[in-house]
Structure formats: C-alpha cells, structure tokens
Design a protein around this ligand. Structure first.
Ligand SMILES: Nc1ncnc2c1ncn2[C@@H]1O[C@H](COP(=O)(O)OP(=O)(O)OP(=O)(O)O)[C@@H](O)[C@H]1O
Ligand SMILES: [Mg+2]
Length: 420
C-alpha cells in the first residue's frame, strides 16, 4: 500500500504535504518548488492536441491566454447561471460557455478552446492537475501515493466536495478524508504550537485565509483530538485574482488620464483620453499588476512597464508608471475592508453562541495575506494575535496530512477495539 498525502488544491497554486516520521513536510517538484500552479495549457504538436500542467503551463499565459486555463477551482461544482461565473466571463481570457448537454444543471460549465475545437469541463481540467500532482508526489517520495486528504473552501462545500472527490478518484486516489482549508490550518497550528506551547491549554483560534480566489474566515476551539469549528464565513469570489483585476483597472485609468487632450501618431487629439481594450495588452498589464502587487509586499515602490499599449493609434507609446505601496493600498482598500467585515461578522456569530469567546491566536494563510497592509488592518482590528510560525502557502497541505494521520489512528483503534 502506498502513502497518504494532503492536497491543497488552490485557485492559483496547489501544495502537497506528507508526514515524515510524524513530522509534516512539504512535497517539492523536480525543480524544488513547493507550489504547483493550478494551470493547464493546451497546444498542438504534430497535429495532435497536447497539454502541459503547472509551472510550465503558467509561463504560457502571456503567449497564448485562450489556451491557458487557470483558476479552474472557481468553477468546480458551480453552475453557469451563477453570478460569479458570469463575472468570470468578463475577467478571464479563456472562453466559458454553458454546456447545453450537461446532465446536471449544477455542473454545466464548459471551457472552449476554439483554436483546437475543444470543449472541456472544469472537472476534466482539474483531473489533469491532479494527475500531475500524483506524478510530482510519487516522484518526490519514490513510492506510489494512493491515499489523499483534500481540502476545500468553506462555501459550496457539498457540491464542491462531490466534484473534487470525483476528480481525485479519476486519477486513482482513494479519498480518505476532506476538510476545509481553514480547519486544515488549525491542525497545522496544533502541530506548530505543540513544539513550544506558545498558546498553552485550551484555546480559540481564528484563521484568515485569503488566497487567489477565495476568502474564508473561521474560528475554532481546541477539543480533544482536534479542533471544533465555532463560526465560519467565506466569499468564493474574493481573492488575489480580484486584487490583480482591480490594480489592472487602476493602471488603465491612469493611462487614460495621462493621454487626455494629447495628440498621437494617428494625428488625432483624444479629449477624454485613450481606453486600452486590446486583450493581449490587457493581459500583459494584468501580469504586471500581479508582479507589482507582490513586489510591493517587500518594497515601498515599484516600476510598471508595458510596451506598445496602443499599437493601432501610436506604436511608440508605452505604459510607464511608478506605483507606491501607499497607492496600491488605497486602490485595493475596499477589498481589504470587505475581508475585515466578513471576519468581524464571523466573530459576532461566534459571540452569539458563546459571549465569553476570546481569540488567542490569529493564523494567516493564502498568498494574498502576505500583503503588509492586511496584517496591519488585522492588528488594528483584532490586536496583536498573529501567530507567525506557519507559512501561508504550506500550512493547509500540512494540516491535511496531519488530519489524514489522525483519521488513520482513529480507524486503527476502532479496528483493534471491534470484536473479531
Ligand atoms: N508576497 C505576496 N504579496 C501579495 N500577494 C501575494 C504574495 N504572494 C502571493 N500573493 C498572491 O496570493 C495569491 C495566491 O495565493 P495562494 O497560492 O495561497 O492561493 P490559492 O490557495 O491557490 O487560492 P485559494 O485558496 O483561494 O483557492 C495570488 O493572487 C498571488 O498574487
Ligand atoms: Mg488556498
């Protein structure tokens, strides 16, 4: 029998972990990266449609966005009619359509790649990602991996769980358990805290998870053998993707302002400025927006450059902008405040159940939570509770591996106790 791993299938990235003599460790790919981008790229070679997955696929986004399928998690278990899916049509570069022949209206989304006459379901795309994850894990561990614990967001749990279980089974995994990403984080905390008991005795913790696509805030109480959820609230359309989109729109607005009342190579004066609409250019701006956002988590200012942004009007014009951390924080402040409102609502729900509820630690997961302004606003709102001994990108997968081990121990005990 093979090994058990924990899988955190994310909107942007996946991570995997296993237990090495009781210690949770992250699985690395052949280039020693901890994260596998949740991206599938379709291409043609010798008249045959082929695909690549992960880091290699992500690098194709700028070159060929219509064939680079990312953020697929947002569509798992969802129906075409849902408002958020409609929003995605505007925001993503690949084509999302309704599958008229779908058996269930709860899963009727199709991704179309017209270039290759392909229509693929989100479950099929996720299956390719899982197949790749299996290969990465087995090559890293040098043994078969057949049992998995998979994490999921707190919203749409039932539909999501059924679909993602199907995905895992499609590649030959036996799903021994599923738990929410926030609960997995609580298990990772339990392990990290066990070493030095930073938080001693009974405790209540909150998990703020802001990834690429989803925001979740959950509160847990320590109970024998694990954590019990007291309150949870989430938003399945609030994550780093939305930060990037907002920054991209800001850059477009700034560019438009800078072109007002100016004459360009086509001889015209643009009284209201020029709106960039070319999809290839928008894509490049979006990629730069994300890069700038990440850079500004480390530095105070960064330069954004995208060349030839209005080729039809004036091929000599580039987008050049200096973006400061202050401006970035201002531009995305509504998104940050929205997460805080959800967090406070969850806390209020917890207080309704238990008026004495008091948080002992706040755990931050999801890459977007690395933004300094978010940490600051969380400190302003909840006090100095951030527990920084878990890493935002790996805690969920580690927690899933730990939880899997707990399930196995319980199962073993039951088998031993039950009379023959
Ligand atoms: N240093 C950073 N500063 C700001 N944002 C960051 C940083 N590093 C990563 N991000 C953002 O974090 C997001 C990805 O986070 P993560 O990999 O945790 O998401 P995910 O687990 O794939 O998504 P989800 O949990 O929502 O399904 C991206 O939007 C990325 O731009
Ligand atoms: Mg995540």
């Amino acid at each position: 029998m093979g090994r058990l791993i924990g899988i955190d299938f994310g909107t942007t990235n996946c991570s995997m972990a296993y237990l090495d003599q009781g210690k949770p460790k992250v699985i690395l790919d052949k280039d020693r990266y901890k994260l596998v981008p949740s991206v599938v790229y379709y291409y043609k070679k010798n008249e045959e449609v082929r695909l690549m997955v992960g880091r290699a696929a992500r690098s194709k986004f700028v070159e060929n966005p219509f064939c680079t399928i990312h953020s697929i998690k947002r569509f798992i278990g969802k129906s075409f009619e849902m408002e958020e899916v409609q929003q995605a049509q505007e925001r993503y570069f690949y084509i999302i359509e309704k599958d008229e022949k779908a058996v269930s209206h709860q899963q009727n989304i199709m991704i179309k790649i017209h270039e290759y006459d392909l229509a693929i379901t989100p479950v099929e795309i996720a299956t390719y990602v899982f197949k790749y994850l299996k290969q990465v894990a087995e090559s890293f561990l040098s043994e078969p991996v057949d049992e998995v614990v998979i994490t999921m967001p707190t919203t749409f749990q039932t539909r999501y769980a059924a679909a993602i279980r199907q995905v895992a089974e499609n590649v030959g995994f036996n799903v021994v358990g599923m738990l929410t990403e926030t609960k997995a984080t609580a298990f990772a905390f339990g392990y990290a805290n066990r070493e030095d008991q930073t938080i001693a005795g009974d405790h209540t913790i909150a998990v703020y998870d802001l990834g690429g696509g989803t925001f979740d805030f959950s509160i847990f109480r320590r109970v024998p053998g694990g954590y019990e959820e007291i309150a949870t609230l989430g938003e399945s359309w609030l994550g780093g993707d939305d930060f990037d989109y907002t920054i991209m729109n800001y850059l477009i607005r700034e560019f438009k302002n800078s072109t007002r009342n100016k004459r360009f190579a086509d001889g015209k004066v643009y009284k209201d400025g020029i709106t960039i609409t070319n999809k290839d250019i928008l894509r490049a701006i979006r990629t730069e927006a994300e890069k700038a956002k990440m850079a500004l988590s480390e530095t105070e200012t960064t330069l954004i450059h995208v060349s030839k942004v209005i080729p039809e009007i004036d091929p000599a014009v580039d987008l050049n902008l200096k973006l400061s951390r202050d401006v970035l924080e201002y531009v995305v402040s509504d998104l940050i405040e929205k997460t805080l409102t959800i967090a406070l609502d969850a806390l209020e729900n917890g207080h309704t159940l238990n008026p004495k509820l008091k948080l002992d630690a706040l755990l931050l997961v999801g890459g977007q939570s690395r933004m300094p302004r978010i940490k600051q606003r969380l400190r302003d709102t909840f006090g100095d509770l951030i527990f920084d001994q878990i890493l935002p990108e790996e805690a969920v997968a580690m927690g899933a591996a730990i939880y899997g081990n707990v399930l196995k121990v319980v199962q073993k005990r039951k088998t031993q106790e039950s009379p023959a």
